[in-house]
Design a protein around this ligand. Structure first.
Ligand SMILES: Nc1ncnc2c1ncn2[C@@H]1O[C@H](COP(=O)(O)OP(=O)(O)O)[C@@H](O)[C@H]1O
Ligand SMILES: [Mg+2]
Length: 247
């Protein structure tokens, strides 16, 4: 569903993304891994439209979206997680999701909300919280949530944008190791149930192995490996980049 071709991004004179090319199929969960500074967040920002490439092409469901706005991409079904700092800390968990739904429906329906729409949106927000296992916390304020639940809410909000393809930049960062599996179980089961595709940036290779169908390894802006988790882990260049092991 997503096709990236010869994608290049320069910041000033520095080439940060070098000829990236890959595809993501429907229902696929792909992990994007690589050292700090490899260009992972830049690649996600290029796909979400938050930055534009120097050259190359991005297609989504056979539409050229290379230079489309983030909002256009969201409407087409490409969404990314917000950063935690974007959670509205003085609105309840429910209101955070509801705001997300209003923003997408608001733009579609031009701000016209009859009362029954409001009810429907509230129900939809509750359904999403249920899908992510945090409906019991709907009246809490985000600052009182655990780091894991904040991350789950963050992902639920991206999910609320009705995406077909979800970009998750480090959905478990800041979450204690023992809670990472719970967060990933919650997120991945919601994604699978809705038959969505997903690209996840994750550092923990145990989590990557357990949850991804495929892994892309990025090193200094280049994709140096693309394959099933157990396959790429066998490659000497990948071992060296990810674990510092020299063959
Ligand atoms: N807006 C920007 N302007 C200049 N350089 C940037 C910008 N954004 C990122 N970079 C540089 O691009 C490289 C890749 O960054 P990033 O995509 O955040 O890496 P990662 O997410 O893999 O850690 C880094 O060297 C970073 O300093
Ligand atoms: Mg990053």
């Amino acid at each position: 569903m997503l096709k990236v071709r010869e994608l290049i991004k320069d910041f000033g004179r520095v080439r940060i993304i070098k000829n990236a090319a890959f595809e993501v199929k429907e229902d696929e969960i792909v992990s994007l891994v690589g050292p700090n500074g490899a260009g992972k967040t830049t690649l996600v920002n290029l796909i979400s439209g938050h930055i534009l490439p120097t050259s190359g092409r991005i297609e989504f469901l056979d539409h050229n979206i290379t230079f489309a706005s983030p909002y256009k991409r969201i409407k087409m079904g490409v969404a990314r997680n917000f950063q935690i700092t974007n959670l509205f800390s003085d609105s309840s968990v429910l209101d955070n999701v509801r705001t997300c739904l209003f923003s997408i429906y608001g733009k579609i329906k031009r701000g016209f909300f009859p009362a029954n729409h409001y009810k429907a949106i509230t129900q939809e927000a509750i359904d999403i919280l249920e899908l992510f296992g945090i409906s019991g916390k709907k009246n809490l304020l985000p600052p009182s949530l655990s780091e894991g639940d904040k991350k789950i809410l963050d992902t639920a909000m991206a999910f609320a944008l009705k995406s077909k393809f979800l970009l998750l930049d480090e959905p478990t960062s800041g979450v204690a190791t023992r809670d990472k599996y719970k967060v990933m179980d919650t997120i991945v089961s919601a994604i699978k149930r809705e038959k969505m595709a997903c690209m996840i940036i994750e550092h923990d290779m145990d989590i990557v192995s357990d949850y991804s169908d495929r892994v892309l390894v990025l090193s200094e802006g280049e994709i140096i490996a693309d394959g099933k988790p157990n396959e790429i882990m066998e490659q000497d260049n990948v071992k060296e980049i990810l674990f510092g092991v020299r063959a």
